[in-house]
Design a protein around this ligand. Sequence first.
Ligand SMILES: Cc1cc2nc3c(=O)[nH]c(=O)nc-3n(C[C@H](O)[C@H](O)[C@H](O)COP(=O)(O)O)c2cc1C
Length: 389
Amino acid sequence: MRGRSVRSLTTVEDVRQAARRRLPRMVFDFIDGGAEDETTVRANREGFADLALKPAVLSGARTRDLSTTVAGQRLSLPVLLSPAGLLRLAHREGELGAARAAARAGTVFTLSTGSSYTIEEVAAAADGPTWFQLYLWRDRAVVSDLVERARVSGYGALVLTVDVPVVGQRERDLRNGMTLPPRPTPRNVLDVLRRPDWLRGYLGGPALTFANFTDIGRGDSATALGAFVNREMTDPAQSWDDLAWLREQWRGPLLIKGIVSGADARHAVDLGVDGVIVSNHGGRQLDGMVGAIGALAEVVDAVGGDADVVLDGGVRRGTDVAKALAIGARAVMVGRPYVYGLGAGGGTGALRVLDILRDELDRCLALMGCGGVGDLDRSHLATPVGARS
Ligand SMILES: Cc1cc2nc3c(=O)[nH]c(=O)nc-3n(C[C@H](O)[C@H](O)[C@H](O)COP(=O)(O)O)c2cc1C
């Protein structure tokens, strides 16, 4: 889609549909899908629908302040970009387009370990704050090396993802042959040929790969690397000792991503994290687990203000952002929404998604009688949440 037509899209769902039209099905499903029956993908959305807002009247402001701070980082919008791997699948601009979109919106782009441009390339292209997401690789020397590269390149915070002890089973990907290594089927080939705009961009760039790891000695074909990363990137024996170890390695802001219980959140805070990201990986890991927004109040209450809590998963509307902030999150993260934006129209599409969410949140705050995001609290919810309600 050209820039102007992306900018005319009204909702995140419109952007999703535009991405669905432009992308081959195997790519769209890789982005859109979740684990197994996708129960948790739905729970992430249903949790928001189950919460009702309760506005106050005659108490608003002419302009609303949407700014906040997360782990010491000032943001002009309480919506950060979650880490998502292989973004060049969605658009040739990939992570570079997403990082520029975040900068223009005044927020943070979080680069995935499994990115399709390198740590250094994204740092060079980004003109705003960037964070780096880590997995606990089996070989902890790889983790140390990534931490050092992130430090040298100027990433402002590390995000340790802890909900991938093994890789979840995304069955759309299996059916579509979208495994790593990829297994194209005759049906995929035809479908891809019907998406010439996407195909031109895809073939016009460098070969798609986990760009950060082409030099660690497993050959540089995408297939060999994919198999390597799947085997090495996760560790079912990862433990709290690893978090303590990482805290020693990295003195800057550290956030933990993939927490849904108050006890785990407290443990992480006691080990010195600066932020807790309440997340189930967008329903892409353990299916049947609690929806992210449903887990938020317990985590906020357990953390008790000792670290910043961020909600990640299922956010598609400005009202969703308001609900998470009312429960006690400092901000939210979005994954699929900006990836749909990339798929629909590159960095311009990703920026369109952030603009939509900003407009919707601003209108929501005005309708709620709030002067800014800092005014939101649990009194703005008609539905009781958490032990303190
Ligand atoms: C295509 C895709 C790739 C992802 N890759 C990663 C990743 O490499 N590391 C990670 O921590 N989370 C990854 N995630 C999960 C996101 O960071 C985030 O938790 C999730 O998308 C939030 O849910 P939402 O998509 O409903 O906003 C990925 C998500 C998607 C959609």
